[in-house]
Each structure stands twice: as structure tokens, then as C-alpha cells.
Design a protein around this ligand. Structure first.
Ligand SMILES: Cc1ncc(COP(=O)(O)O)c(C=O)c1O
Length: 386
């Protein structure tokens, strides 16, 4: 079905930060399949894990124990400070689990019609519940009746959050991205998550974080909330967890961890041996090579070069980053830059119409960062002065 506005390009192979198309032209991938291939393409550790597991077992069922799933769950719990985990196959599915947890929790508290506070400009997925949670009218257009039970408020606005909580007895949870990705790489005030944590504690609400784009090292910590020294009650991850093998997960802690009981949720493929073996290899490789610890310095290096090269351009209004999640705002719509960059052998993304979004693999090296920054700033300068 024509659900995607695709570019006229098909890739044949990849290695590290590089992709090659069918004509053998090479591209520097500064998007990582939208924050998925954090370890780059064709990583040998992931390749080995998939090969080894597929020789033994691809799938059994969640009717039985799954050793790779248990190993992955232990690793995730250790790294996140959460208590338990449900596995699905995508970001939207992880968020569906979070939404179901919030509703069950609400009913346990005696709330008849539980509501979740969500943010304007957010993105949570394309299923009916997750698109209803999403703060973007374009994504919801044509799909009414939407799933009820979501209240949208402005992002990064603790005043609006406090007021909404105080005025609604039905609120049971707050669901938020630590940095909004699709909404335009929106980085909130440094203490935003701490303030949400405090409000949720005060009013006995679940603090639920969508870390599908920010998670698995993208911002310089395993999970972005670790910059704030807090733990949420629920946290969803997907994208980079399998480095390209589809897997999503919903982590829960404390009171939220005991809400889903036998028969309340499930998935045929979720947490199967193949996907979990790949994800275990992802987590072990990230840890063994100190890859996450380097993301902040790499993000700064990239932004420093971009800032220097673009400092005299009045068309560039802001350059910002959290680790290797980077947004560059222009004063004009710039979707055309995606194709211009592609012709020059560089893969980038534009979101929220005027924001260039970069999500390069975390394994990008200093020389490749240089090349990316130089190529992109030349393209931006040419685009904005011609
Ligand atoms: C923050 C966030 N949540 C949820 C999703 C949906 O994930 P998926 O496309 O795997 O369903 C995305 C995808 O871009 C995302 O960025």
C-alpha cells in the first residue's frame, strides 16, 4: 500500500556507518534507519548472535520458558533500575502495553474512566491507541473515533501539567518522551522529568516515559531519564534494542510492575529467541565497547563543527543536541534537503517541516563526524543562499 513517501533509492548492503545502493554508490548514514542501527550496519556481533540462535531455535511460544528472553530481561532490569518487562515487536506495541498498564492501574485505584496526560507534538505510534495519544492532528486525521482517555497539554510546561492534574480526578498517568523526536528534536528544561516525577508521586500517578527513540544510548545514557537521576514507573523501548531485528519492550517498576497479570496481555512473537538473542548481543556490545559513554562527546563534536561552519548563516536559527540526537532549525521549510543530501551521498531526515534531524550510528568515529558536519553545512549554506 502506498503508505510511505519513499525516496527513489534502494540499498544493497551496509557496513558500519556506510550504506551502498544498487548502483554501488556509497552513503554516510546519519539517520540509522530512524534511530535503529545504533551499532551501525552489518555489525559482526549481531550477525553472529542471529546466526548462532537460528541454528538452534527461532521461535517456540510464550507458553514455555525462553532462555534468551530471561537473559535479556535480566540485562534490561539491571541497566534500567526497573523491576520487570513485557516484550513485543515494535514501539507502538510497547506503548500499547504502557497504556493498558495505566488503565488497569486506574481501575485498581477506583477511577472509572482513567485518563492519561500526553503532550502536544508527541509521537507514540500508529496503532489506534498510540495515534490517539500522539499530539499531531495530521497523524490522527481520518481515523475518528479516536481512542478516548488522553488529555493533550503543551510539552515542557510544568504549569500546564500541574493545572491539568489538579483539575481532573480521572488522571492516572503522565506519558511523555524525554526528548521529542518526530515533533522536532524538542529538548525540555533540564529538570522537566524531575518535576514530572515529583508531581506523579504527589498525586499517585504513573510516570510513563516513551524512550523508543531516546533509549539504548542515543542521548549518552542507556535511557535518557538516567540524566535526571530518577526512575519512571513505566518505560517503553524498541528501535535500537535489536539494531534492526524487530523487538519492543515495556519496562515497569513498583506498583506498575504488578498490574499486568496472567491473561491480561500477550504477543505471539514478542520476546522470541531470535529477537532476544540479537538484543542481548546489542546490549553486550554497547557495554563492552563503552559506546554509550562516548555519545555525548561525539554529539558535542558534531554540533561544534556545525555551529562554527554555520555561525554566519541567518537562515540557521538553532542547533541543539542531546548526545547523538541532533536538531538543526532553519528559518524555512527544508524537506528538499533530504534529496539534495542524498545526491551528495549523505542520508539525513527533516522533521516538523523546518528541523533537520540527525541520528547517526553511535559507532560513528571522529573522521566520519567531520565528514558529516562538513558535507551537511555546505549543503545547508548552498540551499539557504541560492
Ligand atoms: C517516540 C516514539 N514512540 C513510538 C514510536 C513508534 O514505534 P514503531 O514505529 O516501532 O511502532 C516511534 C517511532 O518513530 C517513536 O519515535
Amino acid at each position: 500500500m502506498p503508505t510511505y513517501g519513499r525516496l527513489p533509492i534502494t540499498f544493497e548492503k551496509g557496513e558500519g556507518v556506510w550504506l551502498w545502493d544498487q548502483q554501488n554508490k556509497r552513503y554516510l548514514d546519519a539517520l540509522s534507519g530512524i534511530a535503529v542501527c545504533n551499532l551501525g550496519h552489518a555489525h559482526p556481533a549481531i550477525h553472529d548472535a542471529i546466526c548462532q540462535q537460528s541454528k538452534k531455535l527461532l521461535h517456540t511460544s510464550n507458553l514455555y520458558g525462553i532462555a534468551a528472553q530471561e537473559k535479556l530481561a535480566k540485562l534490561l532490569i539491571e541497566k534500567s533500575g526497573m523491576d520487570n518487562v513485557f516484550f513485543g515487536n515494535s514501539g507502538a506495541e510497547a506503548n500499547e502495553a504502557a497504556i493498558k498498564i495505566a488503565r488497569l492501574y486506574g481501575h485498581q485505584q477506583g477511577v472509572e474512566k482513567p485518563c492519561i496526560i500526553v503532550m502536544e507534538k508527541s509521537f507514540h505510534g500508529r496503532t489506534l491507541a498510540t495515534l490517539s495519544a500522539t499530539g499531531n492532528a495530521k497523524i490522527q486525521d481520518g481515523f475518528s473515533p479516536l481512542v478516548e482517555g488522553f488529555i493533550h497539554i503543551p510539552y515542557n510546561d510544568i504549569g500546564a501539567l500541574t493545572k491539568t492534574i489538579e483539575q481532573n480526578n480521572n488522571v492516572v498517568a503522565v506519558f511523555v518522551e524525554p526528548v521529542q523526536g518526530e515533533g522536532g528534536v524538542n529538548i525540555p528544561a533540564p529538570d522537566y522529568l524531575n518535576n514530572i516525577r515529583e508531581l506523579c508521586d504527589k498525586h499517585k500517578l504513573l510516570m510513563m516515559l516513551d524512550e523508543i527513540q531516546t533509549g539504548i544510548g542515543r542521548t549518552g545514557k542507556f535511557l535518557a531519564y538516567q540524566h535526571n537521576d530518577i526512575t519512571p514507573d513505566v518505560c517503553t523501548i524498541a528501535k535500537a534494542l535489536g539494531n534492526g531485528v524487530p523487538i519492543g519492550a515495556c519496562l515497569a517498576k513498583g506498583k506498575a510492575a504488578s498490574v499486568l497479570t496472567a491473561g491480561k496481555h500477550g504477543s505471539t512473537f514478542g520476546g522470541n529467541p531470535l529477537a532476544c538473542s540479537a538484543a542481548v548481543a546489542v546490549l553486550e556490545t554497547l557495554a563492552a565497547d563503552d559506546i554509550i559513554e562516548q555519545a555525548e562527546a561525539k554529539g558535542s563534536q558534531l554540533c561544534n563543527i556545525l555551529s562554527e561552519k554555520l555561525k554566519d548563516s541567518p537562515a540557521v536559527s538553532n542547533i541543539r543536541n542531546k548526545g547523538l540526537m541532533i536538531g538543526i532549525d532553519l528559518d524555512r521549510p527544508c524537506l528538499a534537503l533530504v534529496e539534495i543530501a542524498q545526491q551528495k551521498g549523505l542520508l539525513i531526515n527533516v522533521t516538523a517541516e523546518r528541523t533537520i534531524r540527525l541520528l547517526p550510528p553511535l559507532i560513528i568515529n571522529a573522521q566520519q563526524i567531520n565528514l558529516l558536519a562538513e558535507t551537511l553545512s555546505d549543503i545547508i549554506l548552498e540551499f539557504t543562499t541560492s
